[in-house]
Design a protein around this ligand. Structure first.
Ligand code: CA
Length: 227
């Protein structure tokens, strides 16, 4: 999962970023509401953690604009304004959840996991597709015939393909999603990681394979000998 943190208190933003990275989430951090809106509208995030009191544009206004533009990304509003009225306003403005500061790390993580589950495909144990199961917290891929450890990038790439299911994942989207906007990553990075993943799918003797769709990207499918 890729998470956007919009928080102007630098220490807090970085602390949240560190916590999320220990859980193998990819994290981008921005420090004001305008940058937050730009990033959130890119549509590459699974969850946005959003402060309310922000420079340039407050969190509520950001959230309203996001929803107005049809962006359905999950948003957890995080704010020192823990009063009931603010909570109601946040939820009415399109937040999926609301957490008052100060909060416990464990609670934030549990709420992120809950939103991940709401997306549909994720079970408590991990993500599954075809005969594959991916445990993102331990970076282990299982099939009915074995298991293997993945690197973080391999796991993120496979997670993205699994979440997209039968929808083809575009190469440019994969780069933005896995390597982020600031990276120098290019199309051949994706090819290299796809080839690593193919070897690992073979290793666990999965029925699934990664099919390249010329000029578009990749999709995870049941291999032809099984269809
Ligand atoms: Ca703030």
């Amino acid at each position: 999962m890729r998470i956007l943190v919009v928080e102007d208190e630098v220490h807090l933003a970085e602390a949240i970023g560190q916590i999320l990275k220990t859980q193998n989430y990819s994290v981008d951090i921005v420090y004001d509401g305008e940058a937050g809106l730009d990033y959130a509208l890119a549509g590459i995030y699974d969850v946005v953690i959003l402060d309310i009191m922000l420079p340039k544009r407050n969190g509520i206004s950001l959230l309203q604009e996001l929803r107005k533009q049809g962006c359905g990304t999950h948003v957890i509003v995080l704010s020192a304004k823990g009063e009931l009225g603010d909570k109601v306003l946040g939820l009415d403005s399109g937040a999926d959840d609301y957490l008052a500061k100060p909060f416990q790390t464990e609670e934030l993580l549990a709420r992120i996991r809950a939103l991940g589950r709401r997306k549909g495909e994720t079970s408590v144990a991990g993500l599954s597709y075809g005969d594959l199961q991916l445990d993102m917290s331990n970076l282990v891929l299982f099939s009915n015939n074995g298991d293997i450890t993945l690197t973080l990038k391999e796991a993120e790439l496979l997670e993205y393909l699994m979440r997209n299911g039968s929808v083809v994942s575009q190469k440019e989207r994969i780069i933005e999603k896995i390597w982020g906007f600031d990276s120098e990553a290019e199309a051949n990075h994706v090819e290299v990681y796809i080839s690593f993943l193919r070897k690992k799918l073979k290793h666990v003797r999965s029925r699934m394979e990664i099919r390249a769709i010329r000029g578009v990207g990749y999709v995870l499918r049941e291999a032809e000998e099984y269809v």
